[in-house]
Design a protein around this ligand. Structure first.
Ligand code: SF4
Length: 435
């Protein structure tokens, strides 16, 4: 049953996050906000699949991460009704995964960068009214690629579907896309960082069952949690101090032992970043040595989930070299320390270096990337091989250097030259050169 001229596209994600991959199964806050804004303006929104999209005049696309660029392309690129020549509907795309739309430019008409709640209604109205010339500093009319500015929140979102406590982060780690593209703003009731007791806790996305907090704030916890999520973002003290997470080895020992003061087992999920620029085996060994020295009173289980480094656009490290080796997937499930009160293991879902390469290619894509991207998505040889072989197959046929090399901020064109954030690009370059 069709109620509207507009539908949100539901497509299979590249990585299943839950058994139910519908919008109900995944809490896609961004999509819910956009639907809420349109509904408050009297515009109802249906849901569609790639097969039923042609029944609508306008299709909305949510890209929650760079992986969604792969999932969306795989879903539509071989379909006649989505081909640039035959497609009869307009596609508007946005979301946190909208960093570089180059590889999707033939399948999306308007790319919205940053917060879309003040843009979506005027844009939808213009498109449905037949206008082909909507202009906004945060909207790119594809397939042309030109300079845009990431839209910032003018206020925190406050509605029945989503009450926002804060946006952005004051720490500004040099690799963190989130903090460099989302200017800090917080709700007075949330305290400076959002709080339960006296510490920063972001629990809203997990019903407060598994609070997420800064590592340095662990000693502020006053009640027992079964599971806590936090981040180190660097194997060694040297790396953490160079790129932004100023956590000492001494603090790692002290904070894990502090959690061991609470009775029964506490599980700590520690997000980490591997293959940081200049990282060596000495850096990795430094974390293992520190963890071997931790002696909690009650049992603590620390799972280290290491994501490989990405040179994320609109951050100071967008210019950095990307190292693919070693693959963080090789660490999966390896035990670091196992004593009666402390178990630390690497996560079983660490991404491979092929996944790291895929997202790097998308984020650093130029118009010359189309053939490489298509091969990466559809080649059966690529699909059916292990990560190292996949990388070799791609590098045998394509020059991967533009995606992996270090860029100098003064070079004429960085691949993400078109993306401007609330901090001047030349400032990002200066911070990078001083790092
Ligand atoms: S990595 Fe975490 S602490 Fe650092 S700026 Fe980003 S959100 Fe903040």
């Amino acid at each position: 049953m069709k109620n509207s001229d507009i539908a949100f596209l539901v497509y299979q994600p590249e990585r299943a996050r839950r058994k139910n991959n519908s919008f109900d199964g995944n809490d896609n806050v961004g999509a819910k906000v956009i639907i809420d804004v349109l509904s408050k303006n009297g515009v109802s929104v249906d849901f569609c699949s790639v097969a039923s999209a042609h029944k609508y005049k306008l299709v909305l696309l949510s890209l929650t991460s760079t992986y969604d660029c792969i999932a969306f392309y795989k879903a539509v690129a071989l379909r006649q009704d989505w081909s640039p020549a035959k497609r009869k509907f307009i596609v508007i795309g946005g979301g946190f995964g909208m960093q570089n739309p180059t590889v999707l430019r033939k399948h999306i008409d308007y790319a919205v960068f940053g917060r879309g709640e003040d843009i979506i209604y005027p844009l939808v109205s213009a498109v449905l009214g037949g206008s082909n010339s909507y202009e906004h500093e945060s909207v790119m009319h594809l397939p042309d690629i030109y300079s845009v500015k990431i839209q910032q929140a003018k206020r925190l979102y406050d509605s029945d579907v989503f009450k926002e406590g804060f946006v952005g982060c004051g720490n500004m780690c040099k690799f963190c896309h989130y903090s460099w593209v989302r200017k800090r703003m917080h709700n007075a009731n949330y305290g400076e960082n959002g709080k339960i007791g006296e510490t920063y806790v972001q629990g809203t996305l997990t019903n407060n069952n598994s609070p997420e907090m800064l590592f340095k704030d662990i000693p502020k916890i006053t009640k027992k949690y079964g599971r806590i999520r936090t981040a180190l973002d660097g194997f060694s003290e040297r790396l953490r101090f160079t790129y932004g997470k100023k956590i000492t080895d001494k603090e790692i020992k002290a904070n894990v032992e502090y959690l061991g003061e609470f009775e029964k087992t506490t599980v700590l999920i520690i997000y980490n970043i591997g293959n940081m620029p200049s990282e060596t085996q000495d850096d990795r060994d430094s974390l293992y040595g520190t963890l071997c020295d931790v002696k909690p009173k009650n049992r603590v289980i620390a799972i280290i989930h290491t994501t490989p480094f990405r040179a994320s656009l609109a951050t100071p490290l967008q210019y950095a070299e990307v190292q693919l080796n070693p693959s963080m997937s090789d660490l999966r499930f390896k035990t670091i320390v196992d004593t009666p009160t402390f178990l630390s293991k690497h996560s079983m879902s660490n991404e491979s270096n092929f996944s790291q390469l895929q997202t790097t290619i998308i984020e650093r894509a130029t118009e010359g990337t189309d053939a490489l991207f298509h091969t990466m998505c559809f080649s059966s040889k690529i699909k059916n091989n292990i990560a190292a072989k996949k990388i070799r197959l791609l590098s045998n046929n394509f020059d991967l250097k533009p995606y992996l090399r270090r860029y100098h901020p003064d070079e004429e064109k960085h691949p993400g030259w078109f993306l401007n954030t609330y901090i001047q690009t030349k400032t990002l370059g200066k911070i990078f050169l001083k790092t």
